[in-house]
Write a protein that binds this ligand. Sequence first.
Ligand SMILES: C[S@@+](CC[C@H](N)C(=O)[O-])C[C@H]1O[C@@H](n2cnc3c(N)ncnc32)[C@H](O)[C@@H]1O
Length: 226
Amino acid sequence: MADRHKEGRFEFDFRKNMTPQQIADMFDDFAEDYEQEYLNVGLRSHVVVGDFMAKTIPKEQRPKVKILDVAAGTGLLGTELKNHGFTQIDALDPAEKMLNVARRRNIYQRLICAFMNKNRNDTIETDYYDNIVASAAFNEGLLQCDAFQEMIRIVKPGGRINFAVPTKFINNSDNLRDRLLPLIYQLAQEGVWEVTPVALADGEISDINGPGTLFSLKVLVSEKTF
Ligand SMILES: C[S@@+](CC[C@H](N)C(=O)[O-])C[C@H]1O[C@@H](n2cnc3c(N)ncnc32)[C@H](O)[C@@H]1O
């Protein structure tokens, strides 16, 4: 059982032939070592997204903001948010043992063990969250574009989806390369959301993955199927 699909932890091409469940199993077996290994290679996506939330949401409003941390893993981003004064934070991740580490931090109100994909999750109400956040989540084998449909449904109109992604991860992923940016700007043209892209310089998001972008998508509709 231990160390299933271990090659996929850092060799993202290896993930191309893995199923979503195999990806979740890989993170389950990685759960206790994940933070040390990821932080050792200088990953700061959770800090970048947490700082953006703090920069854009005034201090006095933070305790009232309902947030879902998608692909929450062990809770690195939740910890940043809590340190910035956010208190209503839920976590979603398909890897139960990653969520068990997150649970020990006592920062999340609800922990939802599930994939975020095109399937409707009936345990989450439509228009429920003010914000969805995701760090180190859009990459080969992890979150894909089909996740946006469900994210749009569960975030309130006027709410935001905020995530950071290295350009390299988009270009290396067969599923994101020709789809992520066209879809983001197509949905903007259709009035589904307003896009604020924030450029991240080499070194800002991680020591090793080059420059990237933080996308802040202000969702304007209740639901959108595509
Ligand atoms: C690299 S970790 C990032 C964890 C955390 N956000 C951070 O910044 O450290 C990626 C996480 O995505 C989760 N994941 C993979 N596929 C997913 C999906 N379809 N929906 C939601 N989470 C997913 C994995 O289980 C794993 O915990």
